[in-house]
Design a binder for this molecule. Structure first.
Ligand code: NZQ
Ligand code: ZN
Length: 389
């Protein structure tokens, strides 16, 4: 642990079957006006909506709704939600859905008492909130992003084709509490489940493939990687396997709740490219990451051989006998590629609707970060995107 840091995570979790029973008690802690925020309707089909509404009724809340939050929520939808929450004088925003709904609710929370345009202030200018932040809570229905226990939000502006994240420094943006019932994720379409599995895996990689010290955070990351590889395999074989699905849920939360990045540098270039692809295509987040991962990691491997070798050994149990350091490192990536194909992620950008004429624009929308083993130039981003087609 070479770096100094502070660590505090204010989100209270209720985990397991029937965790929703804790909702009425939590609701008592907030004022009367609740805004219920959800997506395109899956919660009405699988009964989660009824569970939540009955808890809200039990707690005697005055409820307004923001329905129809789309995957990869847009700046226009954000502005619309801010108006609804403002008019309702919201005391609590209750997000019921996946990362898109949780992210969106946090983005509304920092904008209700703020006069500026939220897209320009928080995403284009990356400013921190300088106004009251309305509390957010989550009932999670899709596993992957870690949004249930972090202060991240990602918003897409379809006009400019930019998809931009903002991880707020202010602790009040974290959900106050999150309800994690693995059963609530059982109705997810398989493609979404698989995208979520790869999202978890890549969140850990983004924090692992950076830095040279013998970081305790990296040992925690290796344990989480092993957990998601196994639970991912088991979930794909049998999506109704509660043990596997519950382990996925728990791993996703720890993969991106700020713990494993403590005391070390981080990368995040796969996410920067994936997000820009999302801005162009509106493709599913986890699949955009999968499509660029192998070309990216093979490209940076020569600059970070010791860590890739450690990945091969500690995560994939690669037998070192008779192999050079670089061969061991490459073997680790081959194991990763085989696992990605086994769980069924999308392995190229073409399948996500990317065409050659989009590459330059996607490269323009890719933020270049410095934490990886090989800080990329724009030209290298173009090369990796072409390799990913
Ligand atoms: O809209 P509904 O009808 O609810 O359907 C959703 C949506 O179509 C469906 N779904 C969710 N739970 C379901 C279900 N369908 C059936 N049964 C259920 N139980 O799944 C679809 C995808 O949902 P979405 O919330 O979009 O997925 P995800 O959780 O992957 O969130 C993606 C968003 O999170 C951002 C991404 O960029 C993207 O915008 N991220 C947020 C991060 C953070 N806060 O830290 C980090 C991530 O890297 C990521 O960037
Ligand atoms: Zn992600």
């Amino acid at each position: 642990m070479l770096g100094n840091f502070s660590y505090y995570n204010p989100t209270k979790l209720y985990f397991g079957e029937n965790a929703i029973e804790n909702l009425p008690g939590e609701l008592e802690k907030y004022g009367p006006n609740v805004v219920l925020i959800y997506g395109g309707g899956s919660i009405k089909k699988n009964g989660i909506y009824d569970d939540v509404v009955s808890a809200l009724e039990k707690a005697g809340k005055n409820v307004a709704e923001i329905p129809g939050v789309m995957p990869n929520p847009t700046s226009g939808k954000l502005r619309e939600g801010v108006e609804i929450a403002r008019a309702h004088n919201a005391d609590l925003l209750l997000a019921v859905g996946g990362g898109s709904v949780c992210d969106y609710s946090k983005a509304v929370a920092v904008s209700i008492h703020c006069d500026d345009d939220p897209w320009e202030k928080y995403y284009l200018r990356q400013e921190e909130p300088d106004c009251e932040i309305v509390p957010v809570a989550c009932v999670l229905t899709m596993v992957g992003t870690g949004s249930e226990m972090n202060a991240g939000t990602v918003i897409t502006d379809p006009d400019s084709k930019l998809k931009i994240g903002h991880v707020y420094a202010n602790e009040e943006v974290f959900p106050r509490f999150s309800i994690l019932d693995p059963r609530y994720t059982m109705t997810l379409p398989k493609e979404q489940m698989v995208a979520g599995i790869y999202d978890i895996f890549n969140h850990i990689c983004e924090q692992y493939f950076s830095g040279y010290d013998d970081s305790a955070s990296d040992y925690i990351a290796e344990g989480l990687l092993r957990a998601v590889i196994k639970a991912g395999r088991d979930s794909v074989k049998d999506p109704q396997n509660y043990e596997a699905r519950s382990n996925l849920m728990w791993t996703a939360t720890w993969a991106l709740n700020t713990l494993i990045s403590r005391g070390k540098s981080t990368d995040w270039m796969v996410h920067m490219m994936g997000q820009s692809v999302g801005g162009y295509t509106n493709a599913t987040h986890g699949m955009t990451l999968a499509a660029v991962s192998m070309p990216y990691y093979r490209y940076i491997l020569p600059y970070g051989v010791p860590k890739f070798q450690r990945f091969a050994r500690n995560v994939w149990d690669v037998d070192l006998y008779g192999l050079s350091d670089e061969e061991v490192a490459l073997e680790g990536l081959s194991c990763m590629e085989k696992w990605m194909k086994e769980i069924g992620v999308v392995m190229n950008l073409t399948e996500l609707g990317v065409t050659e004429d989009m590459i330059e624009g996607i490269a323009d929308g890719t933020f270049l970060l410095e934490g990886g083993y090989k800080p990329l130039t724009r030209e290298e981003v173009v090369e990796i995107l072409r390799e990913s087609m």
